[in-house]
Design a protein around this ligand. Structure first.
Ligand SMILES: *[C@@H]1O[C@H](CO)[C@@H](O)[C@H](O)[C@H]1NC(C)=O
Ligand SMILES: *[C@@H]1O[C@H](CO)[C@@H](O)[C@H](O)[C@H]1NC(C)=O
Ligand SMILES: *[C@@H]1O[C@H](CO)[C@@H](O)[C@H](O)[C@H]1NC(C)=O
Ligand SMILES: *[C@@H]1O[C@H](CO)[C@@H](O)[C@H](O)[C@H]1NC(C)=O
Length: 435
């Protein structure tokens, strides 16, 4: 076993010990939000007010991210399965932990909030004045001239879960991970970068319980009803791309680019698949996985898309480390270990393939329909800059009945541009340094 005593690892130094706030770090400046381009930052970045105040060790932060993933995976599984069969388990501390945030200006005059972006959710919600259980940073609707609540008879009210009428206001309750939330269905002017979206329909939170709700709200980038894509079809034509910065980098200069303008021309595409049972998830066809030059032996059922069971592969921005269903992961891991060769491997938390000596990292290629994506080392292993331990940064999906989903997670997407092009039903990937 690796000794867990190595301390003050650069990751935690980078993450946690910088004292700059949002306002005085030029990298975090609002001026960087231009046109339809929003800066994206990691929730633990120096730009983020949500970074832990108490320094964490590398193990603590990585193990925390893994624990969050475990819960998110269960949540994603519960989305694809039949609702009646799989209730969301109660008592989980953190079911969802979207790890990247963008800045949105809400209302007239605008109030700035940092919303978590989540490609596997449709809704937008923001903590509002009068909210019980929200943090101190809320949107004050009383100070905006463009705020309005929606009535119970509106078409939008029929699209929210559990709508009820409070007076004439459409209000709804839902759960999000271990949290429950109650919100007024409202409309307001949202300004994303410098694009103004009037009359954006969102949930104005009035009550939350639990700790899963992102502190300043959520911007769902799924494609179901009431999502950003559905509400801005004229403006953005259901097209957006993002580049997620590495969580090791100081720059945190990722971006969310909305609309077809300015998207990369040189990019490889794979068809986007639709699961009618869960329209907001971005499914793709992962046909095979190559480790080095060898295509590993994975039973076809482990990768096959099946809208009925929810099986298949999704690209998700909220899970940190890629999870493959057991037979797929075992095949990848065994070949990875075989190629690394003579060194003994060890485990660290949920990672089962770690080494405490330097080694040549084999490449891993995801072979999607029409698109091979070969990951560079930075997207394959997580390691200490001191070099004391390096782990294959993937794991098997949680072992439960709904474990049918392969999730390509954000660590494996960092420093790539991922383009979602719904009109042409395709998803593009290109390398791009955004840190
Ligand atoms: C939410 O709706 C309730 C009931 O109509 C109302 O009392 C409250 O002021 C509303 N709050 C916001 C922020 O819209
Ligand atoms: C929603 O939550 C509020 C506040 O907790 C509660 O008063 C109301 O009855 C709930 N409505 C539904 C439909 O569950
Ligand atoms: C992906 O790589 C395989 C070889 O491993 C090759 O046969 C195939 O044509 C490639 N696919 C694309 C779309 O480039
Ligand atoms: C940060 O960005 C600057 C310029 O944008 C670049 O020169 C520098 O190498 C970047 N640093 C890191 C750690 O990526």
């Amino acid at each position: 076993m690796a000794t867990l005593s190595f301390v003050a690892f650069s990751l935690c130094l980078l993450f946690f010990s910088l004292a700059q706030g949002l306002s005085n770090n030029p990298q975090c400046s609002e001026a960087k939000d231009q046109g339809s381009n929003l800066q994206v930052f990691h929730v633990y970045s120096p730009c983020s007010p949500f970074r832990p105040t108490k320094p964490m060790s590398w193990e603590e932060s990585v193990l925390q991210m893994q624990a969050d993933d475990q819960a998110r995976l269960q949540f994603l599984s519960s989305l694809v399965a039949k609702k009646s069969v799989v209730p969301i388990a109660s008592g989980r501390q953190i079911i969802q932990s979207p790890t990247y945030i963008v800045r949105a200006k809400i209302g007239t005059p605008p109030q700035t909030l940092l919303l978590a972006v989540d490609t596997s959710n449709d809704a937008a919600w923001v903590p509002c004045n009068g909210c019980v259980g929200c943090g101190s940073n809320v949107f004050n609707s009383a100070k905006s001239t463009t705020y309005k609540t929606l009535g119970c008879q509106t078409a939008q009210c029929k699209q929210v879960p559990n709508p009820t009428c409070l007076g004439s206001t459409c209000s709804f309750n839902t759960s999000y991970g271990s949290s429950t939330l109650a919100a007024n269905l409202s409309q307001e002017t949202f300004t994303l970068a410098t694009d103004v979206v009037p009359g954006y329909t969102f949930g104005c939170l009035q009550k939350t319980t639990g700790s899963s709700v992102p502190p300043q709200g959520l911007l769902g980038l799924g494609r179901g009803p009431l999502s950003l894509l559905s509400q801005t079809q004229n403006l953005y034509q259901s097209t957006f791309s993002y580049c997620l910065p590495s969580f090791k980098s100081l720059n945190f200069s990722g971006s969310l680019r909305l609309g077809p303008v300015g998207q990369p021309k040189r990019i490889k595409y794979t068809p986007l698949l639709k699961n009618p049972r869960r329209s907001s998830l971005y499914y793709v066809n992962l046909n095979a996985i190559r480790v080095g030059r060898r295509i590993v032996d994975i039973p076809p059922a482990a990768l096959a898309f099946n809208p009925t069971t929810g099986a298949g592969t999704i690209i998700d921005s909220g899970t940190v480390f890629t999870r493959l269903v057991e037979p797929a992961y075992v095949a990848v891991r065994n070949e990875f270990r075989r190629r690394v060769g003579k060194y003994p491997f060890q485990t660290l938390g949920g990672f089962d393939t770690c080494y405490s000596v330097p080694f040549v990292v084999p490449t891993i290629t995801f072979m999607f329909s029409g698109m091979n994506v070969t990951l560079p080392e930075d997207n394959i292993v997580i390691h200490s800059t001191a070099g004391s331990i390096t782990c294959l940064a993937m794991a098997a999906a949680p072992d439960n009945v709904n474990s049918v989903l392969n999730v390509i997670a954000n660590m494996q997407q960092q420093n790539h541009r991922v383009l979602i092009d719904v009109p042409n039903s395709r998803l593009g990937v290109a390398r791009e340094r955004c840190t």
